[in-house]
Write a protein that binds this ligand. Structure first.
Ligand code: PEP
Ligand code: CO
Length: 459
C-alpha cells in the first residue's frame, strides 16, 4: 500500500513516546510480542467497521467508554464484570429509547499509554519523569517506579488478553441475555433515581420478552437475544507496541492493528505530518480522531483524506472534546468544513476531556453538570447543522468511585478523597454514567431525525 510499512512512522516526528534507557531490552520485548497471538481477529474488525457504517448513516449509535488509563492495580474480574454491567445498562437505555442498535466499544483491554502535559513531575524539590501509563512506568513518585521499563509492555499485553477473554465470555456466554437484565444492577446504586428508572425499563422489557416468548421468539430461537457484540479500543499512542501488534491478514493481504478492533489518535498527537497519523493511515481498522479547540477544520479534512482516501463509511470517527463552554464556538465550523468536502465521518462526543479542572481540594475532577451541558450542546448543534450526533465517548467505571463531582448523589469537592482511584483522569461512576445515558435518550427522543432514521433502519 501507498508507500507504507508498519515501521514507516519512525521517519516522522513523534510526540509523547517514552524514552527507554535500555533499547536492547525494549527490542527483545517487542520481538517477543510480535510472536504472540493477536488480541483481535481481522474479520471482527471488518464486522465493527460495517456496524460503524450504519452509525455513519444514522442507523445506529456508538457507545465508547471505560477507564482513562487501565492499571495493573485495579485489574480483577469483579471490576471487569461491573464495568461490563454498566455498559450493558447504558446500551439498553439507549437502544430502548431510540430504537436503534447500540455499538458497544470499550476503552479497555489495551488502554494503558497516556500523553502527559509535561515530561517531568515535581514534588517539593524532587523532579522525576511523569507517569506515562502502567505499560511504561509506575504511578508511585519514586525513581524506581518512574523508570521506563519495557517489561511492562508485555505485562499490559497479557492483562489485555485476560481482560478480553473474560469480556468475550460475558458477551457470548449468557451474561448479556436480556432475560437477565435484573442481574446487571450494581448493589451500590440500587437506591438512586437512576436505578428506579432502570427498574421501570426492566419491567417493560420483561413484558416485551414475555409477549415475544408467547409468539415463539425467545433466546433459544434467536441467539441475538442472549449475546452481544462487544468491541475494544484504545489510543494508538505507544507506536512501538502498536507496530509489534500489526499483522497482515492472510485472507486479504491487508494490515490490521490486532491490539484492538478500533484505535484512536489523541488530541495531542494528531499532527498531519506526525508519526501517529502515518501509522494509522496504513491499517484497516476503524480510526477515531480526537478534535479539540486547536483543531483546524481544514487540517482535520486533510487527516481524514490521508487515513481514508477512499472515503469509506465507518472508517473515521471524529470525537469532539471542546469543553462545555466551547461547543458553539468550534463544532459548527468543524461540521461545515467536513460537510463542504463531502468527507464521511461518524460524529461522536467526548464530554470529558474538555472539562477537566482542579477541585478546591486539589483533585483533578470534572463537574457532572458540565459533562451534561457539553452533551446537550453537541446534540443541539448537530440538530441545527443537520448532522447526526452518532456517538458518545466517556471515561467511566463500574466501581463506586468519587472522582467527578455532582450527579444524583451530588458528590462535592470534599468527598473526592473518599474513593478516588483513577490512575489518570476522573471517571464517571455507575450512577453518573447511567444518568448520562438517560439524558442522551431524552435528547434522542427530542430529535425527530432519529426516529426517521430508526424507521428507515427497521424497514
Ligand atoms: C484520553 O482520551 O484519555 C485523552 C488523553 O484524550 P484527548 O486526546 O482528547 O486529550
Ligand atoms: Co483521559
Amino acid at each position: 500500500m501507498k508507500n507504507w510499512k508498519t515501521n514507516s512512522w519512525r521517519k516522522y516526528p513523534v510526540k509523547h513516546l517514552p524514552e527507554y534507557q535500555d533499547k536492547k531490552e525494549l527490542d527483545q520485548v517487542l520481538n517477543k510480542i510480535k510472536t504472540f497471538p493477536p488480541l483481535v481477529f481481522a474479520e471482527e474488525t471488518r464486522h465493527l467497521k460495517k456496524q460503524l457504517s450504519d452509525v455513519s448513516d444514522g442507523k445506529a449509535f456508538l457507545l465508547q467508554g471505560g477507564d482513562c488509563a487501565e492499571s495493573f492495580a485495579e485489574f480483577n474480574p469483579d471490576n471487569i464484570r461491573d464495568y461490563f454491567k454498566v455498559i450493558l445498562q447504558m446500551s439498553l437505555v439507549l437502544t430502548y429509547s431510540a430504537s436503534l442498535p447500540v455499538i458497544k466499544l470499550g476503552r479497555i483491554a489495551g488502554q494503558f499509554a497516556k500523553p502527559r502535559s509535561a515530561p517531568t513531575e515535581k514534588q517539593g524539590d524532587k523532579e522525576l519523569p511523569s507517569y506515562l501509563g502502567d505499560n511504561v512506568n509506575g504511578i508511585e513518585f519514586s525513581e524506581k517506579a518512574r523508570k521506563h521499563d519495557p517489561k511492562r509492555l508485555f505485562k499490559a499485553y497479557s492483562q489485555s488478553a485476560a481482560t478480553l477473554n473474560l469480556l468475550r465470555a460475558f458477551s457470548h456466554g449468557g451474561f448479556a441475555d436480556l432475560k437477565k437484565v435484573h442481574l446487571w444492577n450494581l448493589g451500590y446504586i440500587k437506591k438512586s433515581p437512576q436505578a428506579k428508572k432502570f427498574k421501570e425499563l426492566e419491567d417493560k422489557i420483561a413484558g416485551a420478552l414475555a409477549f415475544m416468548d408467547a409468539c415463539g421468539i425467545n433466546s433459544e430461537f434467536n441467539r441475538r437475544l442472549k449475546t452481544v457484540n462487544f468491541w475494544t479500543s484504545h489510543e494508538a499512542l505507544h507506536l512501538p507496541f502498536e507496530e509489534s501488534m500489526t499483522r497482515i491478514d492472510s485472507t486479504t493481504g491487508e494490515y490490521h492493528a490486532t491490539s484492538a478492533h478500533f484505535v484512536w489518535i489523541g488530541d495531542r498527537t494528531r499532527q498531519l505530518d506526525g508519526g501517529h497519523v502515518e501509522f494509522c493511515r496504513g491499517i484497516e481498522n476503524p480510526i477515531g480522531i480526537k478534535c479539540g479547540p486547536t483543531s483546524k477544520p481544514e487540517e482535520i479534512v486533510k487527516i481524514c483524506n490521508l487515513i481514508n482516501p477512499t472515503n469509506e463509511k465507518g472508517k473515521i470517527t471524529l470525537i469532539s472534546r471542546f469543553g462545555h463552554d466551547n461547543v458553539g464556538k468550534f463544532l459548527p465550523k468543524l461540521i461545515r468544513g467536513i460537510k463542504k468536502e463531502g468527507v464521511n465521518v461518524i460524529w461522536s462526543c467526548d464530554p470529558m476531556h474538555g472539562n477537566t479542572i482542579q477541585s478546591t481540594t486539589g483533585f483533578k475532577t470534572r463537574r457532572f453538570n458540565n459533562v451534561l451541558k457539553e452533551v446537550k450542546d453537541v446534540f443541539s448543534v448537530h440538530q441545527s447543522e443537520g448532522s447526526y450526533a452518532g456517538g458518545l465517548h466517556i471515561e467511566m467505571t463500574g466501581q463506586n468511585v468519587t472522582e467527578c463531582t455532582g450527579g444524583a448523589k451530588n458528590i462535592q469537592d470534599q468527598d473526592l478523597s473518599s474513593r478516588y482511584h483513577t490512575h489518570c483522569d476522573p471517571r464517571l461512576n455507575a450512577d453518573q454514567a447511567l444518568e448520562l445515558a438517560f439524558l442522551i435518550s431524552d435528547e434522542i427522543k427530542k430529535n425527530s431525525s432519529y426516529s426517521k432514521n430508526a424507521i428507515q433502519a427497521a424497514s
